[in-house]
Design a binder for this molecule. Structure first.
Ligand code: ARG
Length: 478
């Protein structure tokens, strides 16, 4: 985007008014019109045009309710409804001029309607303000956004579950502090991400309860003397309830902040996964191989296969956090009720949801196409003493207090490490020298492969637990 230079001279000149002649229909009180820069500042059309479908649906429901309340004549309702539907077609086909002098999509639609059907179109805004109108549109949008995000998350969960089912029987290291800790089945590692995603999904579903409440009828701030039936518009638009307080209803944007938080938390989860896989795909780790479609090469180094998509996913969390911070900062200290500051809420929320949807789609592709490097993992699995904890637990089963067992195994690890051996490569005599209770059956408990056979409780990294988890997720995701 080219940035226009504003010279001192240019800014001193009185700038032209925008679309001279399109005096705002709601501007009766005002005697002069905005210049171009002011009109641009006031306008949100570049962002809120996205709301047009919700705005039209809300308007049709409002007009229908006004008709049922005998505030509009049936013939007027039919004209308004047909007019709105025709405006919808015009917007869809790009025939409506998005005149920024009209500020926002609400006024563009109303003015297009009046142009089409005449002054009867001016009856639509009876008992309504843009303040409750925009709150309504945003709630309708956020409800859809949640439903789409939930479907996107389920799609990604499905990819992880399939990966766990198809390639999950490989024994790999689990890490803490990014150091080898204990062996697990790869499927267990993959399903950890599914759990994170499930909380994100549930957070969104919970936010939806607070989103799906109709503010329509709250008007500008205090309600209206027009006898609206708020329950009826709520019902027509699929809301669960109506808001109780018109001041709160027109000034509340918590639902967008909450949505941005749910997206941020999801983004942070994705960044942890991305970081794992960036590390796992390096030569040093060599646990996974990403599909070429999700990698790029270097303009200079011909051998490079870089995990750029994962890096971008890792980086996107910065955007989501910025958008959440934006929402919180926008609303902080804002006096009740509506303030124009709130117009910029959309920039944060829309961007967050759009970017997250794109990110989730790419993430699912990465997961669907990844290869777990079974051979390489197996070749290195008995490095790093992944079976040390299991050996201590073997001693516990022989009646030795865990703290004592921990000390014995620690010494054995130091011995083996010095000789460049694995614990399973120490002789029985050497093991027994460290602890008399060790018997020949110890070999069944050493090596990573054996350790995973003995995991006992639910939620651990072994085969029976993986089977249980897979059954759970397959049923849940169908
Ligand atoms: N476009 C505005 C917004 O998105 C709604 C208009 C409310 N304007 C007003 N002056 N009360 O917040």
């Amino acid at each position: 985007m080219a940035v226009k230079k504003t010279t001192r001279k240019a800014s001193k000149k009185k700038s032209k008014t925008v679309s001279a002649g399109t005096k705002k229909s709601w501007g009766g009180r005002l005697t002069s019109q905005a210049d171009a820069a002011t009109a641009k500042l006031l306008a949100s059309l570049d962002v809120d045009t996205l709301l047009w479908r919700y705005d039209i649906a809300g308007s049709i429901a409002h007009a229908q309710m006004l008709t049922e309340q005998k505030i509009l004549k049936k013939s007027e309702f039919h004209k308004i409804k047909r007019g709105l539907m025709s405006v919808a077609t015009d917007i869809e086909t790009g025939k409506v001029h998005l005149d920024i002098a009209l500020e926002d999509i609400h006024m563009v639609i109303e003015s297009a309607l009046i142009k089409k059907i005449g002054t009867v179109g001016g009856k639509l805004h009876t008992g309504r303000s843009r303040n409750d109108q925009v709150a309504l549109d945003l709630r309708l949008w956020a409800r859809d956004a949640v439903d789409l995000l939930v479907a996107d998350i389920e799609n990604l969960q499905y990819a992880f579950v399939s990966l766990a089912a198809e390639q999950g029987s490989v024994v790999m290291p689990a890490y803490t502090h990014l150091q080898r800790a204990q062996p697990i089945l790869a499927g267990h590692a993959m399903l950890a991400y599914v759990e994170m995603l499930q909380r994100d999904l549930e957070r969104l579903a919970d936010a939806r309860k607070r989103i799906n409440i109709s503010p329509l009828g709250s008007a500008a701030v205090a309600g209206t003397s027009i006898p609206l039936n708020r329950q009826r518009t709520a019902q027509l638009l699929g809301f669960d309830d109506i808001t109780r307080n018109s001041i709160d209803a027109t000034s509340d944007r918590d639902f967008l902040t909450e949505l941005c938080f749910a997206v941020s938390q999801l983004g942070v989860h994705l960044s942890r996964w991305a970081e794992d896989w960036i590390i796992y795909s390096s030569t040093e780790f060599g646990l996974i191989e990403l599909d070429d479609a999700y990698c790029t090469s270097s303009s200079m180094m011909p051998q490079k296969k870089n995990p750029d998509t994962l890096e971008l996913i890792r980086g996107k969390s910065a955007n989501f956090i910025a958008q959440l911070t934006g929402m919180l900062t926008l609303m902080k200290s804002l006096p009740m009720a509506y303030g124009r500051d709130m117009q910029d809420d959309k920039r944060f929320a829309f961007e967050a949801v759009e970017t997250m949807r794109d990110t989730l789609g790419v993430a699912a592709g990465i997961v669907r196409t990844v290869k777990i490097n079974a051979k390489n993992i197996a070749a290195n699995i008995d490095k790093g003493f992944l079976d040390a904890t299991a050996l201590a637990e073997y001693l516990v089963n022989k009646g030795i207090p865990f703290r004592t067992a921990h000390g014995i195994v620690g010494k054995l690890v130091a011995q083996a490490d010095k000789k460049g051996l694995a614990l399973s490569e120490l002789s029985l005599a050497a093991l027994q020298k460290a602890c008399k209770k060790i018997e020949a059956d110890v070999s069944k408990f050493l090596t990573a492969k054996n350790v995973v056979k003995h995991y006992a409780p639910d939620g651990a990294g072994g085969a029976k637990q993986l089977k249980k988890q897979l059954a759970f997720w397959k049923k849940k995701l169908k």
